[in-house]
Design a protein around this ligand. Structure first.
Ligand code: FAD
Length: 472
């Protein structure tokens, strides 16, 4: 009996339960282990997966193939247009190589869950590991046995459960056969953008994690909101495709801050909370499958009359709104494939509240650009920002993009980096912008005039979004 590991968003060898289970199975049955990755260009296009993320996945899959070869495990890169074509491709593979059992990591999204169901219905024995979260979805429930709709009690319960057992990552499987020749690089047949700025390989990812825990976690709370400071881990791209596991992150965090799970005051607590936010949104996706289909979490939001002006949306995408922090942020996204969390909140709020564009437009644009694109976190972040989501920012709280700039980019280092047009403009003026003064300010530069007046937009947003007010 032979075991097949089907890699999806768990592109690592260390701490990979599916790989460990496959190796155990093969050892018990005197079988071999093979691995497969299936390229699905049509599916990725329909999911709006960013070309930079596809390049990152391609590089990591090829790196994984090299490292698996050293363990004596061949990794085949196969092609199926979309998820519908997967059962046939897998059946063919399993029959050709006489694989008796397939091991994979479960995924929380609807289409991914249907894909796995179809594979099982096609007669393939598929064992799924629950490891895309540290605590599996539907295991952190309130007293009525339901998923929480508010983060704080979810996080409290999550910590209670997490601290019950010691956190131990799985040991790397030993070579199961002689090393295989180094495989050739296989290119995916889809549109890609170079992700070379991001190192691939789990050793690089683990080193980044350790360095962050050592140098930056203690200051995280103080520095994480300032986009000009390199104060966050920048590990999201690695977590999104599983080069790192959440358990590895926790283990490293707790090795430096063993009290992070138990003390509110622990220096590790703030970063731990972010990892819990990641879990919260993934658990929500499983508890409320409509989120995968991009429904408003709050059904009252179905009544919102979005303006959806295509010209304004385009200006937002291109970083031409005339609000420096919003524009610098969008250019960071367009140029690097990553955006700082504070700026994701500012730009999402600006699009949905100042411009009254449906959050789904912004969610889609982010997905098309982000190297860390992830349905759960992206949907959660967008619905939080728009006020339509679970535990969302209330609809009447509208970020002021000018004071956010003054507060979180006090030296102007971030905006100047992305908006060279403003080089000559005095920072004090940028931080104290008043329209129409602002319009005059930018008249001698190439920089856009503000697309909308802040005060006017705020009042308009509250009026339109009050469609979400209970009883309205
Ligand atoms: P750190 O601050 O170091 O946090 C550590 C890890 O915790 C992150 O790598 C990430 O995996 C997780 N995390 C942190 N904050 C959040 C959060 N608010 N929600 C869920 N997980 C979180 N994150 C994505 O991974 N993919 C997305 O597509 C995505 N889209 C977003 C869209 C919007 C509108 C907003 C407001 C947030 C979005 N986020 C998304 C969450 C967050 O902005 C990023 O995870 C974070 O900026 C990544 O940087 P980092 O790795 O340095 O994070």
């Amino acid at each position: 009996s032979h075991a097949l590991v089907w890699f999806r968003h768990d592109l690592r060898i260390d701490d990979n339960q599916s790989l460990v289970a496959a190796c155990q199975y093969a050892a018990e049955h005197q079988g071999v282990v093979r691995a497969i990755f299936v390229v699905t260009p049509k599916q990725w296009a329909s999911h709006d997966v960013a070309p930079i993320q596809l390049d990152f996945i391609e590089r990591q899959v090829n790196q994984l193939a090299i490292e698996l070869a050293q363990l004596g495990i061949p990794l085949d890169i196969c092609h199926a247009d979309d998820f519908d074509a997967i059962p046939e491709v897998l059946l063919h593979y399993v029959n050709t190589w006489q694989m008796t059992k397939v091991f994979a990591t479960s995924e929380p999204e609807c289409n991914e869950q249907h894909r796995d169901k179809a594979v099982i219905e096609a007669g393939i024995e598929l064992e799924l590991s629950q490891q895309h979260c540290f605590l599996p979805p539907l295991s952190v429930l309130n007293l009525s046995g339901e998923m929480y709709k508010v983060f704080t009690p979810f996080a409290k319960k999550w910590r209670q459960i997490a601290k019950q057992d010691p956190i131990q990552t799985l040991t790397r499987p030993k070579p199961i056969a002689a090393p295989l020749p180094t495989p050739n690089y296989v290119e995916f047949n889809c549109t890609k953008i170079c992700s070379g700025q991001w190192l691939v390989g789990e050793h690089a990812a683990q080193a980044k994690l350790r360095q962050f825990a050592l140098d930056k976690v203690a200051d995280y709370q103080a520095s994480r909101d300032y986009p000009a400071i390199d104060g966050t881990s920048q590990l999201s791209a690695y977590l999104a495709i599983g080069i790192l596991s959440p358990r590895q992150c926790l283990q490293v965090l707790l090795s430096h801050y063993p009290d992070a799970l138990v003390h509110d005051e622990s220096f590790g607590r703030c970063w731990l909370n972010e990892l819990i936010w990641r879990e919260f949104y993934r658990h929500l996706l499983v508890a409320f499958p409509k989120l995968s289909r991009r429904a408003n979490f709050n059904a009252l939001a179905d009544n919102i009359k979005w303006r959806n002006n295509p010209r304004e949306f385009q200006a937002w995408c291109e970083g031409r709104t005339g609000y420096p922090l919003v524009d610098a942020a969008m250019r960071q996204l367009n140029q690097t494939g990553w955006m700082h969390n504070r700026l994701r909140m500012v730009t999402a709020s600006f699009l949905t509240k100042h411009l009254l564009v449906d959050w789904r437009w912004g969610e889609r644009y982010f997905r098309q650009k982000l190297i860390d694109g992830d349905l759960a976190a992206n949907n959660g972040g967008w619905q939080w920002s728009a006020g339509t989501g679970c535990d969302a920012q209330p609809y009447f709280r509208v970020f002021n993009p000018i004071s956010q700039c003054e507060k979180f980019d006090p030296t102007g280092a971030f905006i100047r980096n992305y908006l060279p047009e403003l080089d000559e403009v005095d920072l004090k003026l940028i931080h104290k912008l008043k329209i129409p003064t602002q319009a005059q300010l930018f008249v001698d530069t190439d920089y856009a005039s503000p697309i909308v007046d802040h005060k006017f937009a705020r009042t308009r947003a509250i009026a339109v979004l009050s469609a979400m007010k209970k009883g309205s």
